[in-house]
Design a binder for this molecule. Structure first.
Ligand SMILES: Nc1ncnc2c1ncn2[C@@H]1O[C@H](COP(=O)(O)OP(=O)(O)OP(=O)(O)O)[C@@H](O)[C@H]1O
Ligand SMILES: [Mg+2]
Length: 343
């Protein structure tokens, strides 16, 4: 594949920033009667970096990804905040800009991989058509690019594999085809929503290593949504922790996982210890996450939090705590003292 795969003509001295999401609010069912499944998602991604988004089921990870791609499901609306993808303001984008966003700026791998493939069409043709949808190239050139992408995805003999149908491939190979389709428009940002859920452990690691390789080789930003902190620890440069539709903590992956600055991150780590973590005891998180629509004026984690004090029921502010880290916990210093004393 040519070095132009990121295709955005990036000036090497220009900003490395690719994505900025600030205080994103998404609503369902009208301002008065509905609820807000996302009420304060803030995240960013730079070129060449792999960002992990972690959090329990229902925390708003997938909706946040769909909002970035300008592909919110029917009935879910953008109510506030700002999304900037490589200079495009997604909230106010024109139809022409949104067309540019899909595929050319942002490639997306959805949580349900099989729905991304057409079972009746050869895999190579599906990749070539994705390339032609975004770039004015001949059929022959699109085919050449598709074969190149298949090779890049680790397919031996890509000229012949080009002709296979999805059902002739293993789950891991199918997911590689899905990634190739997402890359065919040469996007600068690749959003991967639980890209390995259906794969076994060995194939998962191969697919994840492939994504990390793409980020550095083609200088694209990769965001990976995952439940698995072990995965996040292994492949991510930075981690964003979401809880109840909010960003609660963000920072360099090693720091966040070794020295969490939000009790929810600590609770996640205790529930699923990682090899790199210094926190060894395995405990379930007490209580349950808030339901969408619950009225939560203060910290949404406070009812489950062992560090909570009465002030935690008041307004929450996201605070910078050094080393490029942010936390939404007002008790983060207490937590930092406790974690470093243990570690
Ligand atoms: N299409 C939709 N219409 C209405 N509400 C939705 C829709 N999709 C999601 N929601 C609501 O938004 C909440 C967050 O959903 P989202 O899919 O973003 O969670 P998630 O963090 O990706 O969870 P999971 O880890 O299970 O994939 C859900 O609990 C649900 O209440
Ligand atoms: Mg999801």
């Amino acid at each position: 594949m040519s070095a132009s795969v990121n295709g955005n003509g990036a000036d090497p001295v220009a900003s490395r920033s690719l994505l900025s999401v600030r205080d994103l609010r998404l609503g369902v069912g009208g301002e008065d009667s509905g609820f807000e499944p996302v009420v304060g998602a803030t995240l960013r991604a730079d070129r060449g970096e792999v960002v992990g988004v972690v959090g329990e089921s229902g925390s708003g990870k997938s909706l946040t990804m769909r909002a970035i791609a300008g592909l919110l499901p029917p009935g879910v609306e953008l109510r506030g905040g700002a999304i900037d993808v490589d200079g495009i303001d997604v909230a106010t984008a024109s139809k022409a800009q949104l067309r540019k966003l899909h595929g050319e700026k942002v490639g997306m791998i959805f949580q349900e991989p099989m729905t991304a493939l057409n079972p009746t069409m050869r895999i190579g043709t599906q990749i070539a058509e994705a390339a032609r949808a975004h770039h004015d190239v001949s059929r022959a050139e699109a085919k050449r690019r598709a074969i190149e992408l298949l090779g890049r995805m680790g397919f031996a003999d890509p000229e012949n594999r080009y002709r296979l149908y999805p059902h002739e491939l293993s789950g891991g190979m199918r997911q590689r085809v899905v990634i190739a389709i997402a890359l065919a428009g040469e996007p600068g940002l690749l959003l991967c929503d639980e890209p390995t859920t259906a794969l076994d452990a060995t194939v998962t690691m191969r697919v994840l290593d492939l994504l990390v390789g793409l980020a550095s080789e083609f200088d694209i930003g990769v965001i990976i949504v995952t439940h698995d902190l072990g995965v996040a620890a292994r492949i991510c440069d930075r981690i964003v922790v979401m809880y109840a539709g909010r960003m609660v903590e963000e920072g360099p992956a090693g720091e966040v996982l070794r020295r969490p600055r939000h009790p929810y991150t600590l609770a996640l780590l205790r529930a699923v210890p990682t090899r790199d973590s210094t926190i060894q005891d395995l405990r379930a998180i007490p209580g349950s996450p808030p339901r969408p629509g619950d009225d939560l004026p203060g910290c949404p984690f406070a009812p489950r939090c062992e560090f909570a004090e009465p002030a935690c029921l008041g307004p929450v502010e996201v605070t910078a705590v050094g080393d490029g880290r942010m936390t939404a916990c007002r008790r983060h210093e207490v937590l930092a003292g406790m974690v470093s004393a243990r570690g």
